[in-house]
Structures are given as structure tokens and as C-alpha cells.
Ligand binder design. Structure first.
Ligand SMILES: Cc1cc2nc3c(=O)[nH]c(=O)nc-3n(C[C@H](O)[C@H](O)[C@H](O)COP(=O)(O)OP(=O)(O)OC[C@H]3O[C@@H](n4cnc5c(N)ncnc54)[C@H](O)[C@@H]3O)c2cc1C
Length: 422
């Protein structure tokens, strides 16, 4: 149990979830003089924040849906190496979310979401530096840009909607010929026909190291981290929040829900329904690989990424809709090995280590950042889908500004929870 508080105590905030998002918000709140405790059921950064591709996409700002995507879905589902799979047993539960997601694929919505994501992404490298400090940043991240690759395209990739979005947002890119691609990546498959260089993007060589640095910084600056699982939250008669965990009860003035893909489940105990689905993603870490990439690759034809990290070559991607409970499908992770060998036919390595995690995804591709309507002093910071590593610093800052009554540095409107609760 917490000790009694005097009225001069700073406001006590509880943050549920120590992924990149929860910890980024926690650090920002702490620096504004609030007393912050993060409750995490496992180790910090053991959710999606552990296993991502490590891309810090300062100059990437586009949701995953596109106009006409609905017509591609049957082909993807039928292709054993395809980027998307839906577990048949889970389909009835996922249908409302999937339907909303596919409906979002309009040109207008793509532009709206991209504009909003741009505000969260563009300052990611500066935000991470501010949050974890210069020496951790220099050790754990690089700012070398990123390369998108395509196979067998007839048209150059700069005639796509993505290119329109980039030019609308003022994002630079540089089209690459096959010879240039080969210079960057000797030994790359001859199937690769087009490339695009995105300057200004960064990456981490150690996603877990990045979360650890953030968690250490938070605790060094006076934050408290407890290892418990929140099972219920409610407001008491005096308007304070109570949190029941597997081990304890906590009482605070403010609660931030930053439990990644598990956030909607906790909210539903308050009868608040926000559409949030786990887009299960996989990676395989290839230890001691025969190649080292000088910058990360995104294969846009087959939807997977490669990033050389401290522990080896991480190949990641795929979307599996199967909920939070189903065990990992090893086949999905093995597909990534096939894809990597197809891209670099001479690739060898010593060992492969598989991982599956839950991207916390809303159907409109934008996170929830801000107050939860009808629940005074309860705030959400979740739903960052495919780009939470990138968006975490600005999300945490925006949330802290909203809580502390500061003028927000970015427009909070696109991220309001109320868009789902009308
Ligand atoms: C394969 C893959 C590749 C990706 N690649 C990239 C990329 O290159 N760049 C990028 O920007 N993003 C990427 N992402 C997305 C990014 O990883 C996520 O958006 C981000 O990690 C989400 O962070 P989070 O803190 O919201 O969630 P999480 O990291 O999942 O953290 C949530 C935490 O809440 C805790 N928790 C849950 N329930 C409770 C409870 N009841 N009580 C206490 N604790 C609880 C969990 O244990 C977990 O630690 C990728 C994701 C995947 C899966």
C-alpha cells in the first residue's frame, strides 16, 4: 500500500507499461515535477519495444493502409510467403477492426494520417537524445538514412501515392539505379529493380538497449519502477484512481495507460471501447551473419526489413492477426529467413533466433494520446502500431504537455481518443 500523502506532495502519476511509449511519457512527466511510478508486469521493454526493426523513421510518415488495398488482401492471404495472415478462428473477433482498417484506405485519410504521423516522427532523433542523453544515443543509434527496395517494378517508385505524400510533406528522397543499389549492398539479388534512399532516417543497433537506457534515465532522475501486473483500475469516492495489481493496491491522482496492445483490455474494464488490435509481427535474429548492412533496408515488394544490429542481422516484418493469446506461428518467422536469403543469395549465418510481438494498432493508423473521455485524470498513450519506436519521444512530450496544461508543441486533435467514442 502507498503511504499517506500531504497536500503539498507533487501529483502522483501511475504509468501502466514500461515500453518505449510509457517510459517516454514517464520521463517527460518527471521532468515537469510530477511524482511518477511506472508499473510493468515484466522487464522494461519486453513487449513490442524489444523486437522491432529498430528504424527511427524521422522522414517516414505514412500509414500502412492504401486505397484499393482491399483487393490485394485475398492474394496476400493465399500466398504462403505473403506479408499478411489472419487466423481463421480469430477472424470473427477481428472483423470489425479489419473492416474499419480497410475503410480507412482512402486517399484523403492517407494524407490526413501522414500529416499527423509527420508531427510525431520528424524530431525522433532529437527526442531520443533528449530523453536518454548524448552518450547513450551515440552508442545505440546511427543516422545514415534508409533504403527502400522494390522487385520487378515497371514504373519507378516515385510515381506512387507515397511519393506524393513525401513531396506534400517536404520529405526528400533520392531514386537509386540498380548499379547504385549494388554499390550500397554488394551481393544483393538481381530481382531488385528499383531503390529509394531516404536521407535523415536513423536506426538503433540495439532496441532493447535503447529501452534500458530510457528506463535507467527515468530511475536516475527519481522515477519509480515496480514490477507488477495491473488487473483492474477504478476511481474511488474522492476521485482518486486506484490500481489493483497482482501484488498490491496503488492510489494516485493520474493514470496513464501505456500498456501497448494490452491497453484496450484494461480500458474495457471501465466500459470504454477503443478499437485496438494486435498486428502480430515477427523477427529472426541471424547471429554472426556473412553480411553487414551500412544502413537498414525495407523491401517494399515483400514487406520486410533488414537491419544490422549489435547481435546480428535482424530480419523483421509480417502481420498476423490472431489476437493476444495464440502461440507464435513459427512458420511466419521462418518465412523471414527465406526472404532474407532470397534478397542476399550468398547470405550465411551461425544461428537463427525467433521472436514474436504485438504491434498495438488502431484501425486509422494513429495512436491515442490524451484524455480518455468520461474518465477524469485517465490518459491514454498507446496504439502506435508500426512506428512506436519512432513516435515515442514526441508522444510522451505531447502527453506531458496536455497533462501539465502547457501549449502543445504539436496538434493533439488527430490523436484524441474521442474520435473512436462518438
Ligand atoms: C516486428 C516489429 C517491427 C517493428 N519495427 C519498428 C520500427 O522499425 N520502427 C518503429 O518506430 N516501430 C517499429 N515497431 C513498432 C514498435 O515496436 C511499437 O509501436 C512500440 O514498441 C510500442 O511501444 P509500447 O510501449 O506502446 O508497447 P510495448 O513495447 O508492447 O510495451 C507495453 C508494455 O506494457 C506492459 N503491460 C501490458 N499489460 C500490462 C499490465 N496489465 N500491467 C503492467 N504492465 C503491462 C507489457 O509488459 C509491455 O512491456 C515494430 C513492431 C514490431 C512488432
Amino acid at each position: 500500500m502507498n503511504s499517506p500523502r500531504s497536500s503539498s506532495d507533487p501529483r502522483q502519476v501511475y504509468v501502466i507499461g514500461a515500453g518505449v511509449v510509457g517510459l517516454s511519457a514517464a520521463v517527460q512527466l518527471l521532468r515537469r515535477g510530477l511524482s511518477v511510478t511506472v508499473i510493468e508486469e515484466s522487464e522494461p521493454g519486453s513487449g513490442a519495444s524489444y523486437g522491432n526493426s529498430g528504424m527511427l523513421g524521422a522522414n517516414t510518415a505514412i500509414p500502412t493502409y492504401r486505397p484499393g488495398m482491399i483487393w490485394k488482401v485475398p492474394g496476400w492471404l493465399a500466398d504462403p510467403l505473403g506479408p499478411l495472415t489472419v487466423k481463421a478462428r480469430y477472424l470473427p473477433r477481428a472483423l470489425p477492426w479489419l473492416w474499419q482498417y480497410l475503410k480507412a484506405g482512402t486517399r484523403a485519410q492517407v494524407f490526413h494520417a501522414s500529416q499527423a504521423l509527420r508531427t510525431l516522427h520528424r524530431s525522433t532523433l532529437e527526442g531520443w537524445r533528449d530523453n536518454i542523453g548524448g552518450s547513450a544515443m551515440d552508442r545505440l543509434t546511427r543516422r545514415d538514412g534508409q533504403i527502400y527496395l522494390w522487385e520487378g517494378l515497371n514504373e519507378p517508385p516515385t510515381r506512387s501515392l507515397e511519393d506524393e505524400v513525401r513531396s506534400h510533406l517536404g520529405i526528400e528522397s533520392e531514386i537509386l539505379g540498380v548499379d547504385q543499389i549494388r554499390q550500397y549492398f554488394p551481393g544483393i539479388s538481381r530481382d531488385i529493380s528499383h531503390g529509394l534512399f531516404i536521407p535523415g532516417n536513423g536506426h538503433t543497433v540495439d532496441p532493447k538497449g535503447l529501452v534500458n537506457a530510457l528506463s535507467e534515465r527515468f530511475q536516475q532522475e527519481g522515477g519509480v519502477l515496480v514490477r507488477e501486473r495491473v488487473v483492474k483500475l477504478w476511481r474511488d469516492d474522492r476521485g482518486r484512481w486506484s490500481l489493483m495489481t497482482n501484488l498490491n493496491n496503488h492510489h494516485g491522482d493520474l493514470v496513464i495507460l501505456a500498456a501497448g496492445a494490452w491497453s484496450a483490455r484494461l480500458l474495457s474494464t471501465l466500459d470504454v471501447k477503443i478499437p485496438l488490435e494486435s498486428e502480430r509481427g515477427y523477427h529472426v535474429m541471424l547471429r554472426n551473419p556473412s553480411i553487414r548492412l551500412n544502413m537498414p533496408i525495407l523491401n517494399k515488394t515483400r514487406y520486410f526489413g533488414l537491419n544490422s544490429m549489435s547481435e546480428g542481422l535482424r530480419v523483421s516484418g509480417t502481420v498476423e492477426i490472431a489476437g493476444l493469446e495464440a502461440p507464435p506461428t513459427l512458420k511466419r518467422a521462418k518465412i523471414l529467413v527465406t526472404q532474407a536469403k532470397r534478397l542476399f543469395p550468398a547470405l550465411t549465418f551461425d544461428e537463427e533466433v525467433y521472436w514474436m510481438g504485438h504491434r498495438p494498432s488502431t484501425p486509422d493508423g494513429l495512436p491515442v494520446i490524451g484524455p480518455i473521455p468520461g474518465q477524469p485524470n485517465l490518459f491514454g498513450c498507446f496504439g502506435h502500431g508500426h512506428s512506436g519506436l519512432t513516435a515515442a519521444p514526441a508522444s510522451g512530450q505531447l502527453l506531458a504537455e496536455l497533462i501539465c496544461g502547457e501549449k502543445p508543441t504539436i496538434d493533439p486533435e488527430p490523436f484524441a481518443a474521442s474520435r473512436f467514442l462518438r
